[in-house]
Design a protein around this ligand. Structure first.
Ligand code: EAX
Length: 323
């Protein structure tokens, strides 16, 4: 071989070697801390894609809304300027309207019911709908059943909630449902919430125990009532810009990783539900465990007529019928 040929061969081999080792670092964002349920699920996802692709894909995690609120992150994933988001469905219905059905208050009886629906045919059909809006839903993860906190007084009956100014997610279904409780829903991105509670811009908010814990809302909220008025699903969404480049086998690695992430995230939700109330009491919150749920449920009934018009009574009934 002539020296130039040899040099070319060496360069080519090095090039091949480099591309075999090429590493893509994906930006993954979520609203709460690294220690929260979102952090636990996301870390499992990242470890699994790293292992499953022999280090070709890794993530850089951006907890605590470092990349913005959930609406902004979904937008960025759609544009491809962010690779992955682990987000609640809060703002997702603004992108994929069909998904809003799962945000109906008192739709799910308990965690078993909710998880079964999300992992079953109804949930999987909804997950596929994301593809039509430039988003790749990898798996449903979880935020948890939402409970009300406020700084005015304990909420035991629905009338106790009347007149309270409550921050809600940017979610029309929630807002419409919560109005029937008599609260004044004030939509606001999550990253603004702590300060709004601190400064008294709103009287209260509603979130699952894992979020209340991770975001240290006990520092700025006196009362917690276990209203469990709505289930808050979450989802791992990948940008199509990444998905389109993945081989079939890498796609499987990503989907399987998301399923494992979901299991870990849900387990963390379970743990926080089991231990978090005692912690929040220690942190100074007054907790009402026995809320008059029946009155809340009755209050929201009129809104169901609108939900039936929007989503189809049969679709709502199909979710309720899952045992
Ligand atoms: O997903 O905005 C909210 O209240 C969400 O529950 C929070 O960002 C975690």
């Amino acid at each position: 071989m002539k020296p130039t040929r040899i040099a070319f061969a060496v360069v080519a081999t090095l090039g091949l070697f480099a591309s075999a080792q090429a590493q893509t670092v994906l930006k993954l964002g979520y609203a709460t801390s690294k220690e929260s349920h979102y952090g636990v699920g996301s870390t499992v996802f990242c470890d699994e894609i790293d292992k499953g692709t022999q280090g070709r894909y890794k993530c850089q995690q951006f907890p605590s809304a470092a990349l913005g609120g959930e609406r902004e992150m979904i937008e960025a994933v759609q544009l491809g300027t962010q690779d992955i988001v682990n987000t609640s469905t809060g703002p997702l219905g603004n992108f994929v309207p069909e998904v809003k059905i799962v945000d109906i208050p008192f739709l799910f009886r308990n965690y078993d019911h909710a998880r079964k629906v999300m992992d079953g045919p109804i949930g999987q059909d909804l997950l596929k709908k994301l593809q039509t809006k430039g988003l790749v839903g990898l798996a449903w993860t979880e935020n948890g059943f939402r409970h009300m906190t406020n700084n005015k007084h304990p909420i035991v009956h629905a009338e106790d909630a009347r007149g309270l100014k409550m921050r809600t997610m940017e979610n029309k279904v929630h807002m419409e449902g919560y109005k029937t409780f008599g609260i004044l829903p004030t939509p606001m991105p999550f990253p603004e919430l702590f300060t709004a509670l601190q400064q008294g811009t709103v009287d209260g908010q509603e979130n699952p125990i894992p979020v209340i814990l991770a975001s240290k809302f006990a520092q700025v909220q006196k009362h917690l009532s276990l209203t469990g008025h709505v289930y808050s699903p979450a989802v791992l969404i990948l940008s199509p810009a990444v998905w389109d480049k993945l081989s079939e086998s890498d796609r499987k690695v990503f989907v399987d990783a998301a399923k494992k992430a979901s299991a870990a995230q849900r387990k963390k939700v379970n743990d926080d539900e089991a231990n978090g109330i005692a912690q929040l009491r220690k942190d100074g919150m007054q907790v009402v465990e026995q809320v008059d749920g029946e009155i809340f449920r009755k209050a929201v009934a009129p809104a169901y007529a609108n939900f039936a018009r929007e989503f189809g009574a049969d679709k709502i009934a199909a979710i309720q019928a899952v045992k």
